[in-house]
Structure formats: structure tokens, C-alpha cells
Design a protein around this ligand. Sequence first.
Ligand code: HEC
Length: 145
Amino acid sequence: MQTLRLLTTALALTATVAVAHQGVSNPAVMARMNAMSDISENVKTLGTMAKGQRDFDRQLARAAAANIADHAARSVDLFEAPETDPKSEALPAIWDNYADFTAKSIEMQRVAQALAGSIETLADVQAGMGPLGQTCTACHKLYRE
Ligand code: HEC
């Protein structure tokens, strides 16, 4: 089932965070990694709810989506300078195509914002996971190692 597959993809995106942060020395890279980790935590909140691993909570779900939208809005600035670090997974293509990278951030913001304003039921969370996960994948496949 399409929704479940996308949900699994979205959750898989959240799996590698703890290791990735070790030994990062550039604070600008650390800041954007932290933003991504926080996005990921919020996706996890929504994902576990969607899967029935935690109780549906409309407020919490909306807040998680709103957090993702906030981070998405800020990531345009966080990534603007072509900062590097041996631990970074950001690909140089980001800065060759910054307008496209920005568009992908804005798309994540749009989808997350729409969810934040529309979640009423568990089914809304479940339906939202696929489109949200797609915004992650659309960017990562081009701009993340
Ligand atoms: C506009 C592009 C873009 C979008 C959209 C995006 N990401 Fe990322 N993400 C990146 C880039 C680039 C990196 C690598 C940053 C680095 O290592 O410097 C990254 C890194 C990450 C990391 C690893 C962070 C770390 O600690 O190293 C996680 C987890 C992550 N993203 C989750 C997500 C999730 C979940 C979504 C969707 C809700 C998402 N991302 C949407 C570009 C994006």
C-alpha cells in the first residue's frame, strides 16, 4: 500500500541521526544538522502516531507539523553559505542549484504547514505522511550523500 511504503521511507530517514553528529567541528554545519535532526524527530512523532505506536493527539500532531514548517523556513538561510565539514553529508550540488534547493525547502514548508492547519483525525496524519516524506526524499536524493 502506497501510504505505508511512504511512511516507512519517512521513518527510515530518521534512523541515522545519533551517529551522524559525532565529531562535527564546523558550527554552521552543526546548526543545519541539528535543524534536520529536529525535523526528523517531529516526523517520528507523526510517524509513530500514524502507525498506532503512540496515541493520536491532535495538538501534538499539529505542533509537530508546525515545527517542521518552521525549520523548513529557516533551512533556506541555514544552508545558504557553502559550509563544509568532513562529517557533512551535504553535496556541493546544493550551491550550484541553490534556487532549486530553496524550492524544495519551500515545498517541505508548504506541505508541513498545510498539515499543521488541517489535522483533525488520525486518518489525516496517516494520509499526510506520504506527501511529507516525499518532500524529504525529493531533496535528499539530489543534495545529500
Ligand atoms: C531542501 C532539502 C532538504 C529537505 C526538504 C530535507 N532535507 Fe534532510 N538534509 C538535507 C541535507 C542537504 C542534509 C545534509 C546536511 C549536512 O550533513 O550538512 C540533510 C540531512 C538530514 C538528516 C541527517 C542530519 C544529521 O544529523 O546529520 C536527517 C535525519 C534529515 N535530513 C531528515 C529529513 C527529513 C525527515 C526531511 C523531511 C521531513 C528532510 N530531511 C527534508 C536536505 C534536505
